[in-house]
Design a protein around this ligand. Structure first.
Ligand code: RIB
Ligand code: CA
Length: 310
């Protein structure tokens, strides 16, 4: 099988860890690089967690690069209230022994994209700061990217504010620059990721597996499980696994093509991903797809297989 080369840009919090494990597990994918960015947690935590999670999966061969430690122009806001002070909800896993990469994320990403001559798929699971820097530094970068699958945004609503989802809210300028770069963006926003949840029974089943990854799942999700009860959610959303699973198995999701612009100047709407999905007026720049539906059974089965195996 010809595997799909995928690069994962991550602010390695709890569900990013799930996404990295899923990416390793899915046979359709070959992880060709990982970059860390500040967002759910600090850059130092995100870099360490990405390395350690890959090591837990036996993948110390995957190179991890550090990127930006803050948004383009704003102060960093993290989400320690759900991802804990270490980004993994306080869970502790053995430290990776892999050699630390010193090249910057944007340089390594550009080189890999160029080397793969337009075949690279990028999954971005945090604020789009690293991607925006790559686009700004290397104007030909978009021509080398096959697909950009992001967790972020929402055609409707928000989580960190009523109008904005966390990843876009943290660095809206970066997101807008990436949406305007010409790269086709597949947006896995809250519209679909709130439907991509594990029920309490699914959580109990995964927690009962006797694997290293299931122990990480149990230990890291405690804070998130409390917040899903407080927020009256149907279950535990594994937001960041969506773009990764889509890369391997697009049939699990349904989306619609549209234009997406990011609000950067709002009083109460900063970070909103405005789509033209339901308006008569259509944006000029329409090279995005907003994903709205997920086959939750297929999604859950992949998560279970992953945690049973690693
Ligand atoms: O908005 C959902 C948040 O949880 C994002 O930060 C996403 O990447 C996940 O980690
Ligand atoms: Ca994330």
């Amino acid at each position: 099988m010809n595997r799909i080369p995928v690069w994962i840009d991550t602010d390695t919090g709890v569900d990013d860890a799930s996404a990295l494990l899923v990416a390793d597990h899915l046979e359709e994918l070959e992880i060709v690089g990982v970059s860390a960015v500040a967002g759910n947690t600090t850059l130092d935590n995100a870099f360490r967690n990405a390395r350690d999670v890959l090591s837990l999966a036996g993948r110390e061969d995957v190179k991890v690069y550090a990127g930006s430690d803050r948004p383009l122009i704003r102060e960093l806001e993290t989400a320690a209230y759900v991802h804990g002070s270490n980004g993994l909800g306080g869970a502790e896993i053995p430290a990776s022994k892999a050699v630390k990469q010193t090249e910057k994320a944007w340089d390594a990403l550009y080189e890999k994209a160029k080397e793969l001559k337009g075949e690279l798929v990028i999954c971005a699971l945090g604020p789009l700061t690293n991607l925006a820097i790559t686009v700004a530094k290397y104007p030909d970068f978009p021509s080398y990217v096959k697909e950009l699958n992001i967790m972020g945004g929402a055609a409707n609503g928000g989580n960190v504010t009523p109008c904005a989802e966390f990843n876009i809210y943290v660095d809206p300028e970066a997101a807008e620059n990436v949406f305007r770069s010409g790269i086709h963006v597949n947006m896995f926003g809250l519209d679909v990721t709130l439907k991509a949840y594990l029920s309490d029974a699914d959580v109990a089943e995964i927690s009962s597996y006797d694997t290293a990854s299931a122990k990480l799942f149990r230990d890291s999700n405690k804070l998130l499980l409390q917040s899903h009860i407080v927020k009256d959610r149907k279950g535990l959303c594994i937001h960041d696994a969506c773009p990764v699973i889509y890369t391997a198995r697009p049939q699990v999701f349904e989306g619609r093509d549209c234009g997406i612009y990011v609000e950067t100047l709002g009083k109460i709407t900063t970070g909103r991903t405005c789509t033209d999905l339901w308006t008569d007026y259509k944006y000029e720049d329409r090279h995005c797809t907003a994903f709205l539906e997920v086959d939750r059974e297929a999604f859950t089965a992949i998560l279970k297989e992953t945690y049973r195996t690693i």
